[in-house]
Design a protein around this ligand. Structure first.
Ligand code: ADE
Length: 233
């Protein structure tokens, strides 16, 4: 069955963008997933097809109107989850991406301006998601990120080997570093263990490297890893 993505945006030309290339593009051609883009402005009001207005309570910027957004949502809504991309959303996780990839698809509403009238988010029971602690100029690139992460998990999109790894994704550690030929480049040799042919030693080296990197870069993940019963090196 085709995984169906709907995107609601005032910049429809930003889609499919990078999702038309590479793995996602091939999967779209193969019918593994389908994208429908709706221009919110088609539901705008008045001669200027206005979609926003000034915030009640004052303050900078403009807010997207609930009536306009609700009409746009009505044109596509079904049983799929409705997601609003916003920096005030809950952080996107690999777990949530996996759940979405296992479902029928998603409807993604891209915010622009200062934000979206909260009433339409509540009335539609939309899920607010952020892709990280930084502010983009709108939800469109965040929607592309979410879709890319979900599409690569759809059946048949990646090679069988990769998908299997993905399914058993349970280690909270960052990946170990990778090396390929030449064995010596710019006076730098590949770590000796990796060229030893000793598979147990290679696995131990990689685990140690993953632990060290995670401890330094992501103490939050490292602490989870230790708390889950792994032994500190
Ligand atoms: N829109 C603007 N910034 C965003 C972010 N960090 N995540 C999701 N949507 C956004």
């Amino acid at each position: 069955m085709t995984w169906r993505a709907d995107v609601l945006t005032i910049f429809p030309s930003m889609f499919p963008g990078p999702l038309g290339d590479s793995l996602a593009g091939k999967a779209m051609e193969a019918g593994t997933w389908a994208l429908q883009v709706t221009d919110i402005r088609d539901f705008g009001l008045g001669r200027h097809r206005s979609v926003d207005d000034t915030p009640f309570g004052g303050g900078a910027g403009m807010v997207m109107r609930p009536d306009v957004l609700d009409a746009a949502i009505s044109s596509v809504a079904d049983e799929r989850p409705l997601i609003v991309l916003t920096p005030r959303g809950a952080p996107l996780t690999q777990k949530r991406v996996q759940q979405l990839a296992q479902g029928p698809g998603a409807i993604l509403l891209c915010g622009r301006f200062e934000g979206i009238d909260q009433r339409v988010i509540e009335a539609r029971q939309a899920e607010e998601i952020s892709i990280g602690d930084y502010v983009l100029s709108g939800g469109e690139i965040a929607a592309l990120v979410l879709l890319d992460a979900a599409i690569r998990l759809l059946p048949g999109v990646m090679g069988a080997a990769d998908s299997a790894v993905e399914e058993s994704f349970s280690s909270p550690l960052l990946e170990y570093p990778h090396y390929t030929r030449p064995a010596v480049w710019a006076d730098r040799a590949v770590p000796e263990t990796l060229t030893s042919g000793n598979h147990a030693a290679i696995a131990a080296w990689r685990l140690d490297a993953a632990r060290q990197t995670t401890k330094i870069r992501r103490p939050d993940l490292y602490n989870q890893y230790i708390a889950s019963g792994a032994q500190a090196p």
